[in-house]
Design a protein around this ligand. Structure first.
Ligand code: FAD
Length: 445
């Protein structure tokens, strides 16, 4: 049987190797550590947690991350098995003893008879054989250059610039209105592509004061090189002058408030659709390094967003990722070089759990292909399926930025019936997902 090569023994690569080997496919796992390091990793172990020791919420009934845990457990995921074994008390979160956890993942992989290891940096995208690239947010420079040459410069980013994302159904449309600037666009859908939130002068001044006073996070040491390329945080724009935002992302021109056409807004915050389903909207140009608590407080000052729920908060990080919606097919293969799959954070998912889950899927897909078959992705109503759908087509390619798993990626439930309580709605999402995921596993066992 042909061998599967996996580059990167992080969250995604470790899980991919385990899944493929468990399916009976021989694997070579290529990991450059400890010979070549990154600024964030400390050890030579597989699946090292580079920062927090938490896999976030373990509530599989009402939380999308917890549901992803559930699906990975159901699929025999190595990362979840080892997390369970080295779990620490952490309320509803799945936190672990980080060294014991990655030590156990390393031991399990090293003990597997079908997995062998290469302790070298891979410096070029291979042209033949079956490969998964799972080199993560800190992909080494030479390999990144090779990926850039294959994808085009505009399709590989070295920093993310994440604007906060709001659940569309939590925006107050009695205050906000839909309109593209100057009603641009051929169709009505395009002319109404944006949601606009108006501010008067007093609201704008208070907003700028809050932005300037808000607590910010710092870059990790070694993270900053090359960051100011066109992704200035809003608070930095505000520091450059109180009017800067009003002449930048908050400019009020070309827009008429449909609720109060006679009132000219002093500033306007625009939100743009973030997924094909239309359930998520990002706040345009609002990438930020404010702390999460501060973001919620400041963004809820925006008229129309007082009751908003956030699917993801903003951030700017050192983060190597490709424009998956344009580059990858639904099998996570590079369209232009189908012998190469991508998995993990480099595909534009964000977080340990999300990265491991994309490794799980890529490992299974590659194994199925090597064995002469094909594995269809799980349904979009599952956590894993909604994530892979998002990165391979559901997301807007032009504004693609890394994404956490969240219920906004799922097809809406209860669209016609009355508004259920949010908790009941989430339970309905997870019940539907579990049924679908169980069926998917049974279909491919
Ligand atoms: C500073 C920092 C802090 C973070 N904090 C958190 C957090 O608290 N919580 C969270 O959920 N997520 C966090 N993340 C995101 C986190 O990196 C990912 O969630 C997760 O580790 C990504 O998994 P991965 O497998 O895609 O990449 P990684 O886990 O980084 O694994 C990639 C592996 O590839 C190896 N590699 C790279 N290039 C090559 C090469 N050319 N040849 C061979 N091997 C190579 C690396 O050594 C590494 O072992 C953080 C990221 C960074 C950079």
């Amino acid at each position: 049987m042909e061998t599967l090569h996996i580059i990167g023994g992080g969250m995604a690569g470790s899980e991919a190797a385990w899944q493929a080997a468990e399916a009976g496919v021989p694997v070579v796992l290529h990991e450059m550590r400890p010979h070549v390091g990154t600024f964030a990793h400390r050890t030579g172990d597989f699946a090292e947690m580079v920062c927090s020791n938490s896999f976030r919420s373990d509530d599989h009934e009402r939380n999308a991350v917890g549901l992803l845990h559930w699906e990975m457990r159901a699929a025999g995921g190595l990362i979840m098995q080892m997390a369970e074994q080295h779990r620490l008390p952490a309320g509803g979160a799945l936190a672990v003893d980080r060294d014991a956890f990655s030590g156990a993942v390393t031991a399990a992989l090293r003990a597997h008879p079908l997995i062998s290891f290469s302790e070298q940096e891979v410096t070029e995208l291979p042209s033949t054989g079956h490969w998964i690239v799972a080199t993560g947010p800190l992909t080494s420079g030479s390999l990144a250059e090779s990926i850039r040459a294959a994808t085009g410069a505009e399709s590989l980013a070295f920093f993310d610039a994440i604007a906060p994302i709001v659940y569309a159904d939590t925006i107050d449309m009695d205050v906000a209105w839909r309109q593209s600037r100057y009603d641009k666009g051929e169709t009505e859908e395009e002319q109404k592509a944006y949601i606009n939130c108006p501010m008067n002068r007093e609201q704008y001044e208070a907003f700028i004061d809050a932005l300037l006073a808000a607590e910010k996070t710092e870059f990790h040491e070694g993270e900053t090189a090359g960051y100011f390329d066109g992704c200035l945080p809003i608070e930095v724009m505000a520091e450059r002058g109180r009017e800067t935002l009003r002449h930048g992302p908050m400019k009020p021109v070309g827009l008429t408030n449909s609720h109060k056409p006679e009132e000219k807004a002093y500033a306007v915050v625009q939100l743009r659709r973030d997924n094909a389903l239309g359930t998520l909207y990002n706040i345009v140009g609002f990438q930020t390094k404010m702390k999460y608590g501060a973001q919620i407080a400041v963004f809820k000052m925006i008229p129309g967003l007082e009751q908003a729920s956030f699917a993801r908060l903003g951030g700017i990080h050192r983060n190597t990722f490709i424009n998956s919606p344009t580059l990858l097919d639904t099998q996570m293969r590079m369209k232009s070089r189908p012998n190469i799959r991508f998995a993990g954070q480099i595909t534009g998912v964000e977080g340990y759990v999300e990265s491991a889950s994309m490794g799980l899927l890529a490992g299974r897909m590659a194994a199925a292909e090597i064995k002469g078959g094909a594995l269809r992705p799980p349904g979009i109503e599952t956590a894993m399926g909604s994530l892979v759908n998002h990165i391979t087509g559901g997301a807007e390619a032009k504004t693609f930025q890394p994404m956490n798993v969240n219920f906004g990626l799922f097809p809406p439930i209860d669209a016609k019936g009355g508004r259920r309580g949010r908790k009941d709605r989430y339970k309905a999402y997870t019940d539907r997902a579990k049924e679908s995921f169980t069926q998917w596993l049974a279909d491919h066992s």
